[in-house]
Ligand binder design. Structure first.
Ligand SMILES: *Cc1c(COP(=O)(O)O)cnc(C)c1O
Length: 398
C-alpha cells in the first residue's frame, strides 16, 4: 500500500467512528472568553487555571526578554550557550517547588520523554498508573524499561507489584500524575512515597495539573503531601500561563539530565522569553491564593451541581471536572449543544480517554466570574443526559 491510500483510509475510519479531531481557530489570549469565528464563547476548555496566560506581567516579562535576548536561542544550550534568563528561571522554579535544582524543557511532553528515557534502561522497572499521561507512557516505552501497569490509584496493587518484582530490577521508578489529567482526581502520593521508601524504589511525580493549584503557594501536590519525590515534573503551560516545563530534583539529577536527556541535548533551547515569563509566573502564582480560592470554589460548585443531577462527581480538589457521557457521538452532541449556548468545551474522546468514557472535560478557572458558572450550569441543564438523570423531576406536569 502507498502512503496516500493509507492516509485516506485511516481518515475515513476516524470520521466514521466520530473520532476525527480538528482544533477550533480561536482569537485572543486564553481567559474567560475565546473568540471563534467572530463570536465570543465562555471558555471552559483551557488549563490556564489561574487565568494568567494573558496577564500583563507575563507579557511584559516576555517582551523584555524578546527585546534583550531576541527570539531564538540558535541551538541546544549545550552548543550555543546558556543564558542567565534560563538559569534564573531554573533557580526560581526549583525554589518554587522546594527542590535543590531544576532544568527547563520546551514542553512537558519533551520533559517526560527525555527524562524517563535518560534515567531508565532495559534492566529497570516502572510501576505505572493505568491513567497516566501519554507522555509518561511514551517515555517508558522509549526507555525500553519493563513497565507494569496497575489499576488507577490502587496502593495495594503497587505494594503487591513491589513485593513481587522490585528485587529483580536495577532501578525501580513508581511513576504517576499528581492530578490525573482526564479524571481530575489526585494520586495517593504520601502512600506511594512510603511504599517507595519501604521497597527501595523512587517516586516520579508529574505535577502538570497540580502545580500552581494545590499545596502552599501552589507548590504542588507533593509539597502538600509533605514529600520530596526523586523526580518532579512541572509544566508551565497550565497554571503558569506560559509554555514549557521543568524537572526538579537533586543537583546530580539535573547534571545527569543535561548530559543524557535527548530532548534537552538534541533540541534547541527554549526561547529566553519563555524562561523570563516562567520566572514572572512563579512570582505571580506564589502570591495567587485569591485566584486559587476562586478556582476551587468554582470547581466545588460545578461538582456539587453534577452530583445533584445524579452524576458521579467525587468531592476532589483539583480544577478538572469530567462529565462522562460514553460514546464519542454523545460527547460530540453535548459539546455542540453547549457551543450553541455560547460555551466552549470540546468533547474528549479515545484515545485520550478509554473507549466508552468519552466526556466533556469541564475546566473552570480563576478568570471566571460567578455569572459565568451560572451560564455553564444553565447550559449543562439543557443536555439530555442531565435532564434524564435529574433526581426529582419538577417538570412532571408539562
Ligand atoms: C499537559 C501534560 C503534559 C504535557 O505538557 P506540555 O507542556 O503541554 O507538553 C505532561 N504531563 C501531564 C500530566 C500533562 O497533563
Amino acid at each position: 500500500m502507498r502512503l496516500a491510500d493509507h492516509l485516506a483510509h485511516a481518515l475515513d475510519d476516524l470520521r466514521s467512528r466520530d473520532l476525527f479531531r480538528k482544533p477550533a481557530t480561536v482569537r485572543g489570549p486564553q481567559g474567560r472568553h475565546v473568540t471563534i469565528e467572530g463570536r465570543a464563547f465562555l471558555n471552559f476548555a483551557s488549563n490556564d487555571y489561574l487565568g494568567l496566560a494573558g496577564h500583563a506581567a507575563l507579557r511584559a516579562a516576555a517582551a523584555a526578554a524578546l527585546r534583550d535576548d531576541g527570539v531564538g536561542t540558535g541551538a541546544s544550550r549545550l552548543v550555543s550557550g546558556d543564558r542567565e534568563t534560563h538559569r534564573a528561571a531554573e533557580r526560581r522554579l526549583a525554589r518554587f517547588v522546594g527542590a535543590p535544582a531544576a532544568l527547563l524543557f520546551s514542553s512537558g511532553y519533551a520533559a517526560n520523554v527525555g527524562v524517563l528515557d535518560a534515567l531508565l534502561g532495559a534492566d529497570d522497572l516502572v510501576l505505572s498508573d493505568a491513567a497516566n499521561h501519554a507522555s509518561l507512557i511514551d517515555g517508558c516505552r522509549l526507555a525500553r524499561a519493563r513497565v507494569l501497569v496497575h489499576p488507577h490509584g490502587d496502593l495495594g496493587a503497587v505494594e503487591a507489584l513491589l513485593t513481587a518484582h522490585r528485587a529483580s530490577a536495577r532501578l525501580c521508578l513508581v511513576v504517576t500524575d499528581a492530578v490525573f489529567s482526564m479524571d481530575g482526581d489526585t494520586a495517593p502520593l504520601a502512600g506511594l512515597a512510603a511504599l517507595c521508601e519501604a521497597h527501595g524504589a523512587d517516586l516520579y511525580v508529574d505535577e502538570a495539573h497540580a502545580l500552581g493549584v494545590l499545596g502552599p503557594g501552589g507548590a504542588g501536590a507533593s509539597a502538600r503531601a509533605g514529600i520530596a519525590p526523586a523526580v518532579r515534573i512541572g509544566t508551565l503551560g497550565k497554571a503558569f500561563g506560559t509554555a514549557g516545563a521543568f524537572v526538579a530534583g537533586s543537583d546530580a539529577l539535573v547534571a545527569f539530565l543535561e548530559n543524557r536527556a535527548r530532548s534537552f541535548v538534541y533540541s534547541t533551547g527554549p526561547l529566553p522569553a519563555l524562561a523570563a515569563s516562567a520566572s514572572a509566573a512563579a512570582d505571580l502564582v506564589a502570591a495567587a491564593d485569591d485566584r486559587r480560592d476562586r478556582l476551587h470554589r468554582h470547581a466545588a460548585r460545578l461538582r456539587a451541581f453534577l452530583r445533584g443531577r445524579g452524576h458521579d462527581a467525587p468531592d476532589q480538589d483539583g480544577p478538572i471536572v469530567p462529565l462522562v457521557l460514553g460514546d464519542p457521538a454523545a460527547a460530540l452532541d453535548a459539546a455542540r449543544r453547549l457551543r450553541d449556548l455560547g460555551v466552549f468545551c470540546p468533547a474528549i474522546r479515545p484515545p485520550t480517554v478509554p473507549p466508552g468514557t468519552s466526556r466533556l472535560r469541564l475546566v473552570p478557572t480563576a478568570a471566571h466570574e460567578d455569572a459565568d458558572l451560572d451560564q455553564l450550569l444553565d447550559a449543562l441543564d439543557t443536555l439530555p443526559t442531565i435532564r434524564r438523570s435529574r433526581p426529582c423531576p419538577d417538570t412532571a406536569s408539562s
